[in-house]
Design a protein around this ligand. Sequence first.
Ligand SMILES: [Zn+2]
Length: 144
Amino acid sequence: MGGINKQPNQLLQSREQSGKALTPYDARKRTIEKWLHRFCRETINKACENVYPKFKKYNIDFPEIRYRNMISRWGSCQPKRNILTFNYQLIEAPMFCIEYVVTHEFTHFLYPNHSKLFYQQLSMFSLPLVSINRIFSPRVILLI
Ligand SMILES: [Zn+2]
């Protein structure tokens, strides 16, 4: 967490806390970010609903879905707390990549590691994707 993605928001927050008005650029950026985040949540929530039936038969409850900006991960799973967290930047990926990441994270409810068994199970749920990072990679979204 942190790093490049957090800095603009932190600057924005400190400007707000100091009582200074947002510049038109910052206000526009904030509006677009809010819309993009909402679109991301709606899209990934839908992907989770699409993927969930494959896992329901393993007595897995539908998890709490969280979102955040992450530098080096597309998602994470906390099996004991029944929480999946996804990177907002995943919204830039094609839908089949999003569903792959969602399936990967759901599979962690069965295997909370990256063992051979985990990948065997994942391959039963999802077509193999050699490396999602070859298709797209995280980057800072520059808004003009
Ligand atoms: Zn994993």
